[in-house]
Design a protein around this ligand. Structure first.
Ligand SMILES: [Zn+2]
Length: 117
């Protein structure tokens, strides 16, 4: 038996959760597959400053593509890692299923950067 609130499993014969008093159920409802824990992600592009990051991500958002930036900053010092080459401030990450669409956005983004808008 399971408590639908605490998600704890209890032995047979127990009907109420000792913790929260909720009615125990035989099975927990299926976990929502849309939870973002299992979403596969892909690296889209490295960005070199906040302006670039903001522009690229707002262009992605315009197309309905969710993105986030994985920072290259070291968590403790705030220093940018410069191991092999000049690094950007971070890498923009998108869901793998959006990668193709995001690639198109990236092309537009590079055009915009070239034209210096
Ligand atoms: Zn409970």
């Amino acid at each position: 038996m399971f408590c639908p609130d605490c998600l704890y499993e209890y032995g047979k014969g127990i009907k109420k959760c000792p913790d929260c008093g909720a009615q125990l159920v035989e099975k927990l409802p299926e976990q929502d597959d849309d939870s973002d824990i299992n979403i596969e992600t892909a690296e889209l592009a490295e960005v070199y400053d906040e302006l670039e990051e903001g522009l690229l991500r707002s262009m992605l958002m315009d197309r309905g593509i969710y993105s986030f930036t994985r920072s290259n900053l070291l968590p403790h010092t705030g220093a940018i890692m410069t191991v092999f080459r000049k690094r950007g401030i971070g890498t923009v990450i998108v869901n793998r299923e959006d990668l193709e669409k995001a690639g198109e956005v990236l092309k537009d983004f590079k055009e915009v950067k070239k034209s210096g808008k």
